[in-house]
Design a protein around this ligand. Structure first.
Ligand code: THU
Length: 160
């Protein structure tokens, strides 16, 4: 599933999640890059968990919005937490739904998102060239790293 659209054309639940990401974005600590990012995860079984990027004077210690959201979700809901969709919004102070800034999850965050996906059809909503792009995690990260061959199955069925 991949398509590019105006936000007004997206299903209501996706628009609502983008709104939550935009609110989270305003909490970003991005004093070095000035590039604020907000992420909102819809959690399997109910609820939304949000986060923003947090930078550091030692630049490499910066933590992205997506990973912060996953780690917050684990802290709040436990290790069995799984997400069914994520929305990303960047630079909320200049956020104009008619011309939103490009943002797509970095490679490291794709791998971390993969670990806690509800299934391969979990959706990722982000912005490219002024259009909202909605695609599956499987499309975004087709060949994830798995520690052991059995890991992929056990992640999905919740066994160890
Ligand atoms: N950033 C995120 O939070 N998520 C992404 O997907 C890409 C980049 C942050 C990290 C840094 O604080 C700023 O954006 C500029 O790279």
């Amino acid at each position: 599933v991949t398509w590019d659209r105006e936000i007004a054309q997206l299903p209501y639940d996706q628009r609502a999640l983008a709104e939550r990401a935009a609110t989270a974005c305003s909490q970003a600590y991005a004093r070095y890059s000035k590039f604020k990012v907000g992420a909102a995860l819809r959690i399997k079984g109910g609820g939304v968990v949000t986060a923003a990027n947090v930078e550091n004077g030692s630049y490499g210690l910066t933590s992205c919005a997506e990973r912060n959201a996953i780690f917050r979700a684990v802290a709040e809901k436990g290790t069995d937490v799984r997400w069914t969709s994520i929305a990303l919004v960047a630079d909320v102070e200049k956020f104009d739904p008619a011309k939103p800034p490009t943002i797509s999850p970095c490679g490291a965050c794709r791998q971390v998102l993969n670990e806690f996906k509800a299934d391969d059809n979990a959706t990722v909503l982000f912005i490219k060239d002024g259009q909202f792009v909605l695609m599956t995690i499987e499309k975004l990260l087709p060949i994830p790293f798995y520690f052991k061959p059995w890991q992929q199955q056990s992640l999905n069925d919740g066994t160890d």
